[in-house]
Design a protein around this ligand. Structure first.
Ligand code: NAD
Length: 273
């Protein structure tokens, strides 16, 4: 399946870091056009200009948008439709690691995932006259395991996993024709990682070091490694699948075991006699 060639994508948090690497990689893979959205106007405009220089004028647009604000997010979708009159792929990538300001962080990491998914259904869903498509929601390896240094960020990423595996199911696919995928990046060298220490909960001595040590213990990679992983999962991922890209290795799919197999006795006590 070629999930990228000729397709129009909307990528949130696309001005920097992993999101900008996604934009570059998907254009290399034959993406037809892209709406880059971010709060960072300067970098977003510069990236759109760079892409238009490489792939032809009008291929990329930058639309300033605050993904924690539903009305602003809606405007970004509208701008995309006005420009391209098509949408095939939404990558909900914008996110922050800032337990110190946990309420706005929850609003971005959680609410933007829900809003981006519902707006994706509104604009691509067969139930709304669209052609279906793909929505990628961004969790983390911290959506699948705990990290004591940033409990709140970790909780937001567990939400993304739970939300996307629930909406990436047959009922929703039959209704919308949209495939939902979860991407779980491992530690990827961006300012989010280098700044993590300063954003831990206030008032807990030693917490900053704990987050740094926890992140250092994970294998790390570049944004280009992560973008290669996105390309693979877009081509191979089935609805509801969860993918981990870490340590500059090929991205791999994970399966969360059924609840009873997670019992401390390995599910033995749930087996019928
Ligand atoms: N870097 C990692 O190690 C790592 C690991 C796991 C998951 N992730 C996730 O990957 C995603 C991208 O992370 P990154 O490392 O590239 O971060 P980054 O800080 O390098 O880039 C994030 C981008 O989001 C934008 N942004 C911030 N707030 C926004 C808002 N309200 N509305 C729109 N855009 C906003 C920023 O301007 C920036 O361009 C995030 O969801 C993050 O949680 C990152």
């Amino acid at each position: 399946m070629d999930a990228i060639c000729g397709k129009i994508a909307l990528i949130t948090g696309g001005a920097n870091g992993i999101g900008a690497a996604y934009v570059r990689r998907l254009f290399q893979a034959g993406m037809q056009g892209c709406t880059i959205t971010d709060v960072d106007e300067q970098q977003g405009e510069a990236l759109a200009e760079e892409m238009n220089g490489c792939y032809g004028s009008g291929k990329a647009i930058f639309v300033r948008g605050d993904m924690s604000d539903k009305a602003s997010f809606e405007c970004v979708f509208q701008e995309n439709m006005k420009t391209f009159n098509q949408l095939d792929l939404v990558v909900n990538n914008a996110g922050i690691l800032r337990d110190r300001v946990w309420e706005p962080m929850i609003n971005l990491n959680i609410a933007s995932t829900v809003n981006g998914s519902l707006l994706g259904i509104k604009h691509m869903g067969r139930n709304n006259g669209g052609c279906g498509g793909t929505i990628v929601n961004t969790a983390s390896i911290l959506g699948l395991q705990g990290l004591p240094g940033c409990p709140c960020y970790t909780g937001t990423k567990h939400f993304v996993v739970g939300f996307t595996r629930s909406i990436g199911t047959q009922f929703w696919f039959d209704l919308t024709g949209i495939r939902f995928l979860t991407v779980c990046p491992g530690v990827t060298m961006t300012p989010m990682i280098s700044d993590a220490e300063q954003w831990v909960f206030e008032g807990f001595p030693g917490l900053g070091k704990l987050v740094v040590d926890g992140l250092k213990a994970e294998p790390c990679q570049t944004v280009e490694d992560m973008a290669e992983g996105l390309n693979t999962m877009l081509n191979e991922g089935e609805n509801g699948s969860i993918w981990v890209g870490e340590g500059a290795k090929p991205i791999y799919q994970v399966v969360i075991p059924p609840i009873r197999a997670m019992k401390v006795d390995g599910g033995e006590s749930c087996k019928s006699p």
